[in-house]
Design a protein around this ligand. Sequence first.
Ligand code: ADP
Ligand code: MG
Length: 592
Amino acid sequence: DLPAEKHEYQAEVNRLMDLIVHSLYSNKEVFLRELVSNASDALDKLRYLSVTDPELLKDGPQLDIRIQTDKDNGIITIIDSGIGMTKQELIDSLGTIASSGTAKFLKALKESQEAGMDSNLIGQFGVGFYSSFLVSEKVVVSTKSPKSDKQYVWEGQADSGSYTIREEKDPEKLIPRGTRLTLYLKRDDKGFAHPERIQKLLKNYSQFVSFPIYTWQEKGFTKEVEVDEDPAEAKKEGDDDTKTEPKKKTKTVVEKYWDWELANETQPIWLRNPKEVSTEEYNEFYKKTFNEYLDPLASSHFTTEGEVEFRSILFVPATRKDDITDSRKTKNIRLYVKRVFISDDFDGELFPRYLSFVKGVVDSNDLPLNVSREILQESRIVRIMRKRLVRKAFDMILGISCSENRDDYERFWENYGKFLKLGAMEDKENHKRIAPLLRFSSSQSNDELISLDEYVENMKPEQKDIYFIAADSLSSAKNAPFLERLTEKDYEVLLFVDPMDEVAIQNLSSYKDKKFVDITKEDLDLGDNNEEREKEIKQEFSQTCDWIKNRLGDKVARVDISNRLRSSPCVLVAAKFGWSANMERLMRAQSM
Ligand code: ADP
Ligand code: MG
């Protein structure tokens, strides 16, 4: 027999293990969620591969998860018939930080450490496999990959910087395929090994796992049996002393036995009729599937039929975890083909970048099961799906903006406003959908942002255009001399303080047939010019203008008489076809 090989953990894992083992985190039960989700991932991988290689299932066609408990000894065993791991995969997965979720956890932890360690992070991010050490002093993983003819055992202890790997020799523990994970619970956590406790936790954590999960439960049924009546009893009943056959009596007994019991419902929620699914169920599904903490801001469940058939549930997360400039994969859209999970790496093919914050599942009946990114990119079906998905996403966002509760959209805008502005720049085809969702500061509202619809509603009868000014802060926009004449006429002016505002608006160029007009550009026409009077004044002051131009030289292109001011003596304007001052600032910032 070969001895067990000893391996050291990667430094980050050591750090993580240390945190987990010594954490005061009270919500330890998340370990079950993490381990069941790993089992479910392993089954997903196998099911996906078996589509093209049915041989993989020859050792056992059933794909399920089985959980056994030994409450006397405090042991939980989780067995899945999934893809398993080779020896190398064991080393790569359970000893280094494989999961991006766990890496994110460490990053968030670092950031929050000044503010004192927040143990809630464990629940928010999930620390994957290592969360088994929240409750265990020893973890044993025995696993068999179809790629290998040997079964290997990984064994790790809490509070140890290393783990061991050996070959499985115990014939009782051999499995045809998959993974058998055994948790030896810490003394204080042995309560988790009660079958009813596990069943209850599974109901809570795993109701949306699409493979059956069975738990080993003690059951009982009642049965009537005939027993001889107690002779003493019989005597009491009759005064008769004569010997008779012992009387028979029926008695109810409980017969105990153990059996597997299904703990979850396996029909995916998106296959159900939207009319029969409650908001709570959608919210739960969302939180469990995407490991989220907060309810989504909105959800949308729909089926499309006809040319292309697919089902989908989309969500808008309540907070944004990734930045728009984040180049990391978002894993926000889970793609299924005929209920088989294909990948969560194809977001970019199904949604434009500016909608990458949308999360959800998409299940298509029309794509091939061996679909790849290349196929998706070429596919006409995907082009149609993408169009529909985008439209539904906009409907969902519009829904938030129409909500009774103004806070909802404010929250949305705070998180995703930049994304929509990017959409205005990048996606001409959807301008009509994006424009009503934009929000801006305005000269006539204090802190509240307004929509273009609200602006148009508030336009004066004779007002033709939508006016805006771009500046580097709200106060400089509000105090700009350019505003004077418009304020006098009681015209509202949009105040662009985010550099993206102006670029987004330039791409839209008009809204409901009303042009966007920059009030800092020369020849601003408010339709009230008195040409006679202007001519006179221009003549009268032409020498003054020449004198000023001489003094300023190249610093200005021209010095003119203007009718746009009321109380300020002068103002710097940009040429009609040139860049606005704000754009110049932007360009300068970019070239540095
Ligand atoms: P994540 O699931 O986010 O990748 P985990 O820490 O939960 O991170 O798991 C790490 C890796 O270990 C998984 O990616 C997978 O490759 C492997 N793994 C864990 N559990 C199993 C299992 N039951 N069957 C097969 N592989 C597993
Ligand atoms: Mg995991």
